[in-house]
Design a protein around this ligand. Structure first.
Ligand code: QZP
Length: 407
């Protein structure tokens, strides 16, 4: 359903397409590809009547908006709710849901803790863990690439790296699932994920205290930044919370998407095995192709003119990262996995000042898992119907039955 909204003004203005679609319906969450094409083809900016917000789905506009934080602010929240109008359901993130200058300070603490140098120190230990896990799976031959691999590996390395205790780690995934749902509307998918959430939220907050965190871990290093005066004592726990929120579901989906992609594109798996130097570009291509984080919002700080359409100040704009990453205006054969393509500029990790600060962690996890797999696995076959897990922001599988052929 497409209508047009005619602007009456003295200057010539383009008509903004108005769509009645619901990006958060079960059908569109299950498979957003038709919706994405419709949004991209409707225009460079569209209005979503159902949520009284605006949306961008073409690569050029999404990329440009995300690189203009002065105009497209994060400080009113990056979900549908506007923090200036509705009280946030949890104290806002001081990394995600802020603009400079505060963002600059908190980001610098996080990027140091999860720097390339910090991640290089993890390689040997993480590679051993990946080798052991993949050895077991290859011995089994048939397994679930989500529940037996993608869900397992990040939970074996990341909570330890942050410095969490051994108890209660089963709370991490329900918490992340709920937070990522909360960026969308209060629909059924959201409500199902918040049922009985109170104990989970309390557990997460408890783990963010200094006395709960193992010395030397990422969490403890955030508190060391506090000792140096870079952040204050109320900010340190909230930054640890950011790691616990953003660090697991995302990397789990990244690894699951990697297996899914190479099972669907077996020639690309052969190519990767023949050319291990493609490992890093291959993971970028997986992130482009899968876009684990599909959407989030920005809020305009002024009237902005986008291709003749005026978005007024104070409006929510939904950025379709997944649609931008498959925009045929930008990518040749966008739906194909092609690990040799130039993926530079993809927005799967975001882009601009809020671009994923944990991507070194994600890259190292993917790197060691892929390294273990290319050595041991000649081919990956899907042997059962993949099952989707629905989330308002994340696109993922709940199950992917596979058989692997040993090398
Ligand atoms: C979630 C936080 C893709 C992003 C929305 C992921 C994310 C980043 C940060 C936080 C949460 O700071 O809590």
């Amino acid at each position: 359903m497409t209508m047009t909204m005619t602007m009456t003004a003295t200057t010539a203005k383009a008509e903004c397409p108005v769509l009645g679609v619901d990006p958060y319906s079960r059908e569109n969450l299950m498979d957003p590809s038709a919706l994405h094409a419709q949004l991209r083809d409707a225009g460079p900016v569209v209005r979503l009547a159902r949520y009284e917000c605006w949306a961008m789905a073409r690569f050029a506009e999404v990329h440009a908006a995300m690189n203009d934080w002065q105009t497209y602010s994060s400080a009113s929240g990056v979900g549908l709710d506007d923090f200036r109008k509705t009280k946030p359901w949890r104290p806002p993130s001081i990394l995600l849901e802020v603009d400079p200058p505060l963002h600059t300070q908190t980001r610098s603490v996080m990027s140091r803790v999860m720097s390339p140098a910090a991640m290089r120190q993890k390689r040997v230990e993480w590679q051993e863990k990946a080798d052991r896990l993949v050895d077991d799976l290859v011995a089994r031959g048939t397994f679930d690439a989500i529940s037996d691999l993608a869900n397992v590996f990040p939970l074996r390395v990341f909570p330890d790296a942050v410095g969490l205790g051994p108890e209660g780690r089963e709370n991490l995934l329900p918490y992340g699932n709920m937070v990522f749902n909360s960026f969308g509307p209060r629909n059924e998918v959201f409500l199902e994920s918040v049922a009985d959430a109170q104990p989970v939220v309390q557990w997460i907050m408890d783990q963010c205290r200094r006395d709960m965190l193992t010395p030397g871990g990422f969490g403890a290093q955030v508190f060391e930044a506090m000792d140096r005066g870079e952040i204050d004592e109320t900010q340190a726990p909230i930054l640890v919370r950011s790691m616990l929120t953003a660090g697991l579901d995302t990397t789990i989906i990244g690894i699951g998407s990697m297996v899914h992609a190479f099972a669907l594109f077996p020639d690309q798996w052969r190519l990767l095995r023949d050319t291990p130097a493609l490992l890093r570009p291959a993971f970028d291509e997986v992130v482009r192709w899968a876009s684990p984080v599909q959407t989030f919002f920005r809020t305009t700080t002024r009237d902005v003119h986008v291709d003749g359409v005026t978005i007024p100040e104070g409006e929510k704009v939904l950025m379709f990262l997944g649609a931008a990453n498959r925009d045929p205006r930008k990518w040749e054969r966008p739906d194909d996995l092609d690990i040799r393509r130039a993926t530079t500029g993809h927005v799967g990790f975001g882009t601009g000042i809020h671009g994923c600060v944990g991507q070194m962690v994600a890259r190292m996890e993917a790197d060691v898992v892929m390294t273990a797999m290319i050595k041991r696995i000649r081919a990956i076959e899907i042997v059962g119907e993949p099952v989707r897990h629905l989330n308002n922001t994340l696109r993922s599988l709940a199950s992917l039955p596979v058989r692997v052929i040993p090398a």
